[in-house]
Design a protein around this ligand. Sequence first.
Ligand SMILES: Cc1cc2nc3c(=O)[nH]c(=O)nc-3n(C[C@H](O)[C@H](O)[C@H](O)COP(=O)(O)O)c2cc1C
Length: 278
Amino acid sequence: MSGIIFFRTKDLMKIKEFYLSIGATVWLEQENCVILKHGNFLLGFCKSETCEKNGVITFFYRTKEEVDLAYRGLREIALAEPKENEKYHIYHFFANDPENRTIEFQCFLHPLQSYHDGEELLKNRRSIRYFGNREVPDEVLWRIFEVCRFSPTAKNSQSYYFVVIRDKKTLELLASLRGNSSAPLSRAPIAVAICSDPELSMSHVQDGCIAAYHFILTSWLHGLGTCWIADMDRIQVKEALGIPKEHYVATVTPVGYPAKIPEASLRRMTKEMIRFVD
Ligand SMILES: Cc1cc2nc3c(=O)[nH]c(=O)nc-3n(C[C@H](O)[C@H](O)[C@H](O)COP(=O)(O)O)c2cc1C
């Protein structure tokens, strides 16, 4: 389920140009109507003799720095500098659009339920190696696994499966197997092993790895941190978790609410990773 908020406008072109200039893109163009997308937000404007101005259109960012960046671009139309609002625990500033609607740019200063659009989800995911004390609710875990049912597999073999580890001693044991690389497993409230069965698929390794990434991304969508721990396809892991020795263990990832979200590690430029064969 998704949603759009529509406004009537007397000057569709001007309004469209304005919202494009503050970072929106055109999502759908129809006769006398345009639907714009800004992050996850769909905002529609339809040409009319009248226009609504009530309410506040609020765009929210993840960090204060992003709000400050938006302010630098909009200084001329901003009503005041960004500031903290203690009542709502937000950092924000207001401006007006060309038809005098109030628009607001803010970030929340407290943790939120996760709320990403697809690109943000893929770009903002981080490997998390330190976790807070908060338990992972069963219902969140079940929602993640419900999404993981849709991970692709060779010939739809569905050769992958998940093992949830809650026992502290087992987490400690798994964490001890690979020194620093596996240490995050002892800092999380739970861990999940993503495995696959070679009897069900010739491509069980790929099936397992893709399912693991599906799990990692869906966990992030729900605000949970994970970290791919490599080289866990080991007999000690299988013995500790009751996994048949011929099965494949793609990874065992810690799962928990991040203690802190680290900065993104440096990435190549886009053009450095592409080669066209024309
Ligand atoms: C195949 C693979 C193996 C990895 N192995 C480990 C590991 O054993 N321990 C660890 O802490 N992180 C591990 N990572 C996480 C990487 O270090 C991390 O993805 C990379 O530094 C980029 O950071 P990011 O995930 O926050 O974007 C692994 C990641 C991948 C994809």
